[in-house]
Design a protein around this ligand. Sequence first.
Ligand code: ARG
Ligand code: ASP
Length: 715
Amino acid sequence: MRKLFLFFIATVLSVSASAKEGMWIPTLLEKYNIDEMQEMGFRLTADDIYSVNQNSLKDAVVIFGRGCTGGMISDQGLLLTNHHCGFSNIQSHSSVEQDYLSDGFWAMSQGEELPNPGLTAKFLDRMVDVSDSVFAGTTGLEGDSLQQKLNENISRIQREATEDGKFEAVVKPLFFGNQYFLYTYLVFQDVRLVGAPPQSVGKFGGDTDNWMWPRHTGDFSIFRVYANADNEPASYSPDNVPYRPKKWLPISLDGVQPNDFMMLMGYPGTTQQYLPSQAVELIQNQSNPDRIKIRTTILDIFDKHMAADPKVRIQYASKHARTSNSWKRWKGEIRGLDRLQAVEQKKAFEADFEVWYMQNDTLEATYAPVLPQFEKLYVDLQPYEKAYHYYQEIVFKGIEIFKLADFFPRNDRGWNRVDEARHDMVRKALAIKVADYFDDYDQATDQELFVELLRMLRNDLDESFLPDDLTKLLAKFDDDKLVRRVYAKSVLADQEKLQQMISEFDGKKINKLQKDPVVELFQALKQHYQRNIENVHQEIQENISTVQQKYMKGIMLMEKNFQLYPDANFTLRVAYGQVEGYQPRDGVNYRYYTTLAGIMEKNNQDIPDYQIPDKLRELYNAGNFGEYETNGEVPVAYTASIHSTGGNSGSPAINARGQLVGLNFDRCWEGTMSDIMFDPDQCRNIMLDVRYMLFIVDRFAGAGYLIDEMELVSE
Ligand code: ARG
Ligand code: ASP
């Protein structure tokens, strides 16, 4: 009886899959979603979103850089994404003298647009289910031989799909490898910066408001994709011309109303919707708290040095934003999981699962081992997971001089194997890498990180996870001495000496570098990590994956009458919901939109995150908002109940008629557990109202010529 009851609850909780939960596969909309979408107000067809035969909305949505989405908004290659997605590019063109972060940047003609080496825009050519070809010839295989065959098949499919280098081709697993899709992309390499508002608009509210509602961030930047004379991808050349995309998004001036249908198309990165209870427990009680603790220390040190020195403020702006972003999300996630009683819900679902496989012997033989295996594996994983996060956050990401130490070879073997021409290339490449590193490096800041984080590593991890060298070093030296004897003595702390050494780099220098105190310490840590943590951690993770794949297969069978969506894996998805606010806590009701008036209200010239440009206040006071206003207000941002995650930033928010009305950039803090468990009551995504973007471009920046390029529509 109890089991039956749980079965009922868990089924309702996990798969009543309210319209709003889910990130769906564009080629399967016709089969799974289109009826519901149309019931919710969508007026177009599945073919309008993704079609193999005609241009469709998918042709206007790109992978921007390494982790964001962008949307095409003109027939001349204009690309709209977030300010935080273009941030590192805007930063790289900035200096204390010419500070585009603070002042904004607007190319007043195409000739003034700024190239960004390394930045790409990827257009999806096609996606196909290739499961049959990936699984071909694998029946009966297990373990390594299975993996080898799968890899062979995948490599072959990818190789053939590139069509001699025309496309980038990737095969990605869905549902933990129960299904595989092939994706091919056209990769454009000449993507130029066209415009970015000053941070006081584009990052208004900063890390204080990040992940929060009500929100007033003008989080957008504009780029342009360039192509060769044949409209094909080409590396940067002054002769390139603006790319004419197959499809660009018309921009609606009509705005949004409560309950309006709203859809995001974009590239959500990672979600973990099908984890067992033990995994959720580990994240909630150990992994998130550990990482939050380490990053709190890092952020405190950043804050101190950034406040004291304007140069450090620019150097560390991007690092600070990156570090604090997940830090804050993890906090929200803990709270959300707790509030949802996610672990209990997962346990209830697992009880369902047991009832389900017990219905017949074959199922029972296959699936009965799954949950006990998880139970054991997660107990084994726990200490290694802790050590893994500490090493990642401290040794490989936190202490900067260790990253520098990792640029150099550990012995002269590789060096001696190649000839002088190659040596010279290595010297040049190293010189560039090192120069880049020092551009955004402040020694005083990093020294403090070095001391504080090493102490934390020492204090929090079990002795067996630490090399003796570190334990001895920290026992022998106080903080000052540690800096004097290790950090300050290292050639890595002296840019000039280091570059000199690189220009004369040879086998002898490589060997000598191994005795450098920082290199020595880093190598001791890295080796200890590789020998005593990484292997075991990886092995347990692999075993977990094998069990998880089977568990997923079981869930898919058990739920075969419901539509399931695969976890996000940075491939194109469609998610939809409706425009609505929410109630974050008892007695509080959040309206679904914010306005320019709210920016004036938040404005505080004493708090960096809430400073606004004078020009914006003048525009507000003048009150002539033209076509960008509605009821006397300029709308800034709005929320909807759409399931989104990291990578969805820059996703076009599209209305029922297939027009651009918003630009996705964040989620509300109370709903950040949506990566693990979605709650239709609390999970909201945050979008810029596209009219605020137009207002800033036109009235604030005076770049109206860009608007002439766009296709503005009104019903
Ligand atoms: N939270 C948003 C996302 O995950 C915005 C992050 C950038 N902004 C910031 N203040 N760190 O990408
Ligand atoms: N801000 C995120 C991004 O950059 C979006 C999110 O996590 O909601 O993709």
